[in-house]
Write a new protein. Structure first.
Length: 239
């Protein structure tokens, strides 16, 4: 796994992700989950919560871990889907993170696992793994809405999704393009917000549909959907 990490001062960096756990010392379920990632200098491992309050005591949350590559094939997971990469465990991670001087042999293994990964700001959805990564970073498009739509001169349909938790997402669709936004027409419906989404790859097309567990066979103009031979997207982290 890899993630865009938001720092306390609003900067961002990309890190491999080595573990994910729930902190029993924190009662608020929104702030219990943390990830084990590199610090911004990639010198040591740290715990980083999924969310933090935007202001001390404030009700609004800042999502500070955006999963951009969701592969967990080398992870050991428990029944609650908590776990870490195969050469570590929770007790070892807690011990390492608490140390001022973290063991170089473990850090070397973490660097080797991260070696060769290059985060590309513009991603194309070509495989189920790509679709899964988009679903992760978009939070299944929960609470998102289409802030901007433009059919470009090159034939690509451009969308900008806002209110995605922790970011905005730009998307481009092209090639035998077909779409319907009638069910999200603000002149007809008061609620432009998506509750969930399905990203499908079938018969050479990629689909983005504003409902969960959708299939191509169930698709009608009652849904907001986009279908094309190609889909690219870019994540714009919240600052």
């Amino acid at each position: 796994m890899h993630a865009i990490i938001s720092t306390a001062n609003g900067d961002h960096y990309v890190s491999a992700v080595f573990g994910c756990y729930s902190d029993p010392a924190i009662s608020d379920p929104w702030f219990k989950v943390y990830w084990v990632v590199w610090d911004e200098h990639k010198e040591r491992l740290i715990k980083w919560q999924t969310y933090r309050p935007k202001s001390p005591g404030g009700p609004y949350m800042w999502k500070q871990v955006l999963i951009v590559e969701s592969d967990k094939s080398d992870w050991k997971l428990d029944d609650e889907w908590q776990g870490c990469v195969s050469f570590l465990n929770r007790h070892l991670l807690d011990s390492i993170i608490a140390q001022d001087h973290q063991p170089e042999d473990i850090l070397a293994k973490c660097r080797a696992m991260d070696e060769g990964y290059v985060y590309e700001p513009i991603q194309e959805v070509k495989t189920p793994a790509d679709a899964d990564s988009l679903d992760w970073v978009a939070g299944n498009f929960h609470d998102a809405y289409i802030k901007k739509k433009e059919l470009q001169a090159d034939g690509k349909l451009y969308l900008r999704f806002s209110d995605v938790w922790g970011c905005e997402i730009e998307a481009w669709f092209w090639g035998d393009l077909e779409y319907s936004m009638a069910s999200r027409d603000p002149e007809v419906f008061d609620d432009p917000y998506w509750f969930s989404a399905t990203i499908l790859l079938q018969d050479g097309f990629v689909y983005l549909i504003d409902d969960e567990n959708m299939t191509v066979e169930k698709l009608t103009d009652q849904y907001c959907y986009f279908k094309a031979r190609h889909m690219q997207y870019r994540v714009i982290p919240e600052t």
